[in-house]
Design a protein around this ligand. Structure first.
Ligand SMILES: Nc1nc2c(ncn2[C@@H]2O[C@H](COP(=O)(O)OP(=O)(O)OP(=O)(O)O)[C@@H](O)[C@H]2O)c(=O)[nH]1
Ligand SMILES: [Mg+2]
Length: 226
């Protein structure tokens, strides 16, 4: 250790991890199922949430927190369907638990919601390293991004339960082989579940919504914390 090194004697990730655990436990107790959506910029996270909320909003109470480096644009889009708070990171490439907690307080919910969606900052690298207190992590991969991406960004796929293959209405126009993308991702995480979806045509939404409800029922109603 040189004279410019300060030893703190513990992991700098220990405090965020503790906050995330506490948040998840609190959400479980209140019956709120938390979904952390990750993807590279523009893969269709907000569009997926808009389409999801249009369908789930009649039956379930929803809210969302949406992370971006700058602007309130995504929260403005999502507020049409559910309470939404924008978390602007001012340059940081991912959300972290203290920002999520602050955003949750800003939602000022008068009663617990059934689903809390967290749209992470568009980035396939940094968000994968931070547990936000979610019950399920979902990685979105657009067919326009290339079927070779899982192997190049393995942590996002290794740490996710589900992968939404988005923009499938564009499959006729791009050289994306769904089977290759699935095989690549499953070589990283064998039990990853896939949901090919188009937020534009609505294709695949039924299976995605069914899975969301199933995840919530199995983790919240059965009292499992993660
Ligand atoms: N054709 C097609 N376009 C889509 C689909 N989903 C999203 N898009 C388009 O893709 C672009 C990006 O979509 P967003 O939903 O803003 O993507 P995002 O992942 O939230 O983007 P960031 O928050 O900036 O990372 C927009 O022009 C959408 O209209 C889809 O299913 N099909
Ligand atoms: Mg977005």
């Amino acid at each position: 250790m040189n004279e410019k090194t300060v030893s703190v004697g513990r992991s700098i990730l220990a405090e965020p991890a503790r906050l995330a655990e506490e948040f998840r436990a609190r959400m479980t107790r209140s019956g709120t199922f938390v979904v952390n959506l990750m993807s590279s910029p523009g893969s269709g996270k907000t569009s997926l949430l808009e389409a999801t909320a249009r369908r789930l909003g009649d039956t379930y109470r929803l809210a969302c927190l949406v992370g971006d480096i700058a602007t309130d644009r995504d929260a403005d889009r999502l507020r049409r369907y559910m309470p939404a708070v924008q978390l602007t990171t001012g340059g940081a490439c991912r959300l972290e638990p203290p920002l999520v907690e602050a955003g949750f307080q800003r939602l000022k919910l008068d009663r617990p919601v059934d689903f809390l969606f967290i749209e992470n900052v568009g980035n396939l690298v940094c968000p994968a390293s931070f547990d936000l207190g979610e019950h399920v992590r979902v990685v979105v991969l657009a067919v326009t991004e290339g079927d070779d991406k899982p192997g190049k960004y393995p942590k996002a796929f290794r740490t996710s339960t589900a992968c939404v293959l988005s923009k499938i209405d564009l499959l006729p126009y791009v050289p994306f082989r769904i089977d290759s993308a699935i095989a690549d991702a499953r070589s990283i995480r064998a039990d990853l579940e896939f949901f090919p979806v188009s937020a534009v045509s609505g294709e695949g939404l039924d299976s995605w919504l069914k899975a969301l409800i199933h995840y919530r029922n199995s983790r919240i109603l059965n009292g499992c914390t993660k």
